[in-house]
Design a protein around this ligand. Structure first.
Ligand SMILES: *[C@@H]1O[C@H](CO)[C@@H](O)[C@H](O)[C@H]1NC(C)=O
Ligand SMILES: [Cu+2]
Length: 248
């Protein structure tokens, strides 16, 4: 596991070095569990077909800001599609479960959707993302209370609502935590994107807008990417595109 840490964050992060970072194990929709990914499957000869994209994050590591212009920012390092999917209707709430998350790695949780014609042929570079939710700063400062604290207090889970009027179809959900414990320094933020295939049903009629390619989502000097968690603040400038509410 790799961590780049500021001195201020180092002490607080010792525990996290032991605990490890996380990955998305699965989702629940209306009580139905669907398995996502397990990076350890990289080491078995035939990894099971699941709804989660496969990636080279066996170290539970992250995508660094210097790589925000590479395809890795879409669905983690060298990600490949998978064939199973989560089933949900427009308007449903998807609960996303991480296996664990270190307390020190505070920051926002973002959710994006990209439409795909077929899961089997989808590649990271073919995806164009529309942000459907972001949660992050809650209260306090240095470092304050963040969406990741809520995730830890919620059995390492976080919810996202599929827009109620979204057109039925095949989508990839890009669920992401950006850890800010070292983000006060250039190239210090850590993006942990996780992709899950999802088939949306229901009678919605609103298509996603054009979206943003992964490589254009963030820049290393965006105010919410270069952000000091160990200072005084009372808000957080969310990086990336605005949340789209056109199908709410
Ligand atoms: C916590 O989440 C896991 C799935 O990651 C689940 O198996 C377990 O039952 C949950 N525990 C509680 C108390 O809800
Ligand atoms: Cu870390």
């Amino acid at each position: 596991m790799r961590c780049s840490l500021t001195l201020a964050a180092a002490a607080a992060s010792l525990v996290s070095l032991v605990e490890g970072h996380g990955y998305v194990t699965g989702t629940k929709v209306n009580g139905v569990w669907t398995e996502a990914q397990n990076p350890n499957w990289f080491y078995v000869s035939t990894s099971p077909a699941t709804a989660g994209w496969k990636a080279l994050n066996q170290d539970n590591g992250f995508v660094e800001p210097a790589s925000f212009g590479s395809a890795d920012i879409n669905c983690h390092k060298s990600a490949k599609t998978n064939t199973k999917f989560v089933s949900a209707n427009a308007g449903d709430t998807v609960t996303v479960y991480w296996n664990t998350w270190p307390d020190s790695h505070k920051g926002p949780i973002n959710n994006y959707l990209a439409p795909v014609s077929s899961f089997a042929s989808a590649t990271p570079g073919s995806l164009s993302w529309t942000k459907i939710s972001q949660t992050g700063y809650i209260s306090g400062s240095n470092p304050g209370n963040w969406a990741t604290d809520t995730l830890i207090a919620s059995n390492f889970s976080s919810t996202v609502k599929i827009p109620a009027k979204l057109k039925a179809g095949n989508y990839v959900l890009r669920h992401e935590i950006i850890a800010l414990h070292a983000a006060g320094s250039d190239n210090g933020a850590q993006a942990y994107p996780q992709c899950v295939n999802i088939v949306v049903g229901g009678s919605g009629s609103v298509s996603l807008p054009g979206g943003t390619p992964g490589t254009s989502l963030y820049k290393r000097n965006d105010p919410g990417i270069l952000f000091s968690l160990y200072g005084s603040f009372n808000s957080y400038p969310y990086p990336g595109p605005a949340v789209w509410t056109g199908a709410n």
